[in-house]
Every structure is written in C-alpha cells, then in structure tokens.
Design a protein around this ligand. Structure first.
Ligand code: XMP
Length: 315
C-alpha cells in the first residue's frame, strides 16, 4: 500500500544519508524485526551491510537453514556462525534459570562482538520498534542488550553508532514493510522466540540430547499448527521438555521417559496472555505424533494457565 511504499522510500534515503560510505553490521536472529531491518538496509546500502547470524545451539529445529532459505533470494552478505559448541559447552551442568540466561547472554555478546569486529563496522543496525523505544526510554542499543539481559561491561559493538530504521513502527507496520520488501509470509508471521531460546524451555540442565528431543517435538507442534491454520490465530506456541519422567507402555514394554508440555497463547503485548483454546482433535494429533515420532517422550500435556499468574516461558 501507499504508506508502506512511502516509508520504504523515505527510510532508504535516510539510511543512505546517515551511513554514507560506512559499513554496517546487524545481528540477524531470523525474527521479524531483525529480518525486516536487514532487507530494508540491504535495499538502501547493499554490500555495505553485513549481517551476522549466530547459531546458539538452542534454536528451533533447522532454524538456520530456514533463515538461509528465506534470505537466499537476496544478494546479502551474511556471516553464518556455528557457535553451538560454545553455548552448549558453557551451559554444561548448569541448572539455575538465571545462570542459564546469563551464560547465553554473555556467550552471545562474545561471539557477536568477535564477528562484528572482523567486519570493521562503523554502525550497528538494530530492528528496534516503537514499543521497544518507549520501554527502554530511548536508551540506544536497548534491543540487543534487552534481548540478552545485559551482562557486565559494554562490548565494542555497543560503542558503534546506531542505525534503527524501524524505530517509528509498530509490529503490524513492520510486517507490512517486510512483505513489501519481498520477505516470505512465513518469516513475517513468525512467532517471537526468546534470546535464551530452548534453554528456558528445558528446565534443568541443557544437553545436546535434550535439545534434539525438544526440537523434534516442537517442530511437530508447529507443523500441525500451520497445517490447521492455528499458527496465525495464536501469538506464541511451543513445546517444553519437562524434567520429569513417567511410566508409559510401548508394545509390551514399560517405558520410563520424558514428559512434554505444549504451550499455546494469544496475546496483544506479551505482558498478559490467554491460553489458546486449540481444538481437541489438533491436540490429539500432535500428542500422538510426538509420542510416536520422538524417541525420548512418552507423555504429552497441554498447559491451560494464562499469564498472569503463569509466565509464557517456563523459566
Ligand atoms: P514471559 O515468559 O515473561 O515472556 O511471560 C514474555 C515474552 O518475552 C519472551 N521472553 C524473552 N525474550 N529474552 C528474550 O528475548 C528473554 O530472556 C526472554 N524471556 C522471555 C517470551 O518468549 C515471551 O514472548
């Protein structure tokens, strides 16, 4: 539409003016905001932009491949960083929720700072939206810091000048801009995903094995939500791997395996949320598929608490 088109034209000019011949680095998470910021910046300054995608090892199943596919049509410079070992290594043996968050935040900043340093960037671009600006009372660099729960000293990359082309926009406007810039529907309508990723959906210690189990269960849930049309009618849906084992029966064997919770909520701003009334048939299909297809899970439960009193995430 006209407004979106005009926004893109104006921002393109403004970005060129601000950046000049400088180099820009952007942390691409694959979420809506950073993805739209990336394609907008790419349109404005092309090869002066370098994106950095960090695979933390606690992302959704095939996350990096999906983001690579979405960005394949653009001739964009993206550093795909496999940091799975660094994250999983640092998380080894840690079960305290706050510790897990801190470790992930710190490791992310370390990895991103190193990669960004190699770019020799003059600017740090972020997909800060208008609600983020209000929430952080306009403190620059809030998004990167916020999403990784500020940890200690200021990393080098945070000393760069900021480029925040989405600062005036609300989420729905960002989605429209993303579509107009050619991002696939799938990317534009993605549910939000927390910085600490699956680590906060695996209460207790995070291991590569538990991450793989959860990724497989979560992927089935998301696939069925999309197939049934419910993905677009919910705000955030995911599976959680509970630190509880219960008895099950497989053929004539008794099993003693993990329990998986399904979380699905609707929400305007994620400050409050209501549990989504998913149809029983859909839940049944997801539960059956998870138990049959995911080795290590023998029981599935559906979370029917709203926020408050429960939070959306489990840690
Ligand atoms: P809660 O669990 O507090 O979550 O109801 C509200 C929203 O925030 C997301 N969330 C996070 N996002 N880093 C993030 O980037 C975090 O540490 C974090 N914790 C929660 C959560 O996914 C939900 O959308």
């Amino acid at each position: 539409d006209w407004n979106t088109g005009q926004f893109i034209e104006e921002k393109t000019r403004a970005i060129r003016k601000q950046v000049g011949t400088g180099r820009v680095v952007l942390g691409l998470s694959g979420g809506v905001d950073s993805s739209v910021a990336a394609v907008l910046l790419h349109k404005a300054i092309g090869k002066q932009l370098t994106c950095v995608f960090v695979d933390t090892g606690v992302m959704r199943k095939d996350e990096m491949a999906q983001v690579q596919e979405a960005f394949a049509p653009y001739d964009m410079t993206v550093k795909w960083v496999d940091a799975r070992q660094a994250f999983l290594g640092a998380l080894e043996g840690v079960s305290d929720p706050e510790q897990k968050r801190k470790i992930i935040g710190r490791t992310f900043i370390e990895v991103f700072d190193r990669e960004a340093g190699q770019v020799q960037a003059d600017f740090l671009a972020q997909g800060t939206l208008y609600p983020d600006v209000i929430e952080s009372s306009g403190v620059g660099g809030a998004v990167l810091v916020k999403s990784h729960h500020n940890v200690g000293g200021l990393p080098d990359v945070m000393k760069l000048k900021l480029v925040e082309p989405l600062r005036e926009l609300f989420k729905d406007e960002v989605r429209r801009a993303g579509l107009a810039l050619g991002l696939p529907e799938d990317m534009v309508w993605r549910h939000p995903f927390p910085g600490p990723g699956l680590a906060v959906r695996i209460p207790g210690c995070v291991t590569a094995e538990r991450v793989a189990i959860l990724q497989n269960a979560d992927a089935i849930f998301i696939e069925e939500l999309k197939a049934s049309g419910w993905y677009r009618n919910t705000s955030q849906c995911f599976a959680v791997l509970l630190p509880v084992q219960t008895v099950g029966i497989m053929g004539d064997e008794r099993t003693y395996e993990n329990m998986c919770a399904l979380r699905a909520v609707t929400s305007e701003d994620f400050m409050t949320a209501d549990w989504a009334r998913l149809p029983h048939e859909l839940l049944e299909k997801v539960a059956q598929r998870i138990v049959n297809e995911v080795k290590g899970i023998n029981r599935v439960v559906f979370d029917i608490t709203s926020k408050p009193p429960a939070t959306i995430e489990y840690e």
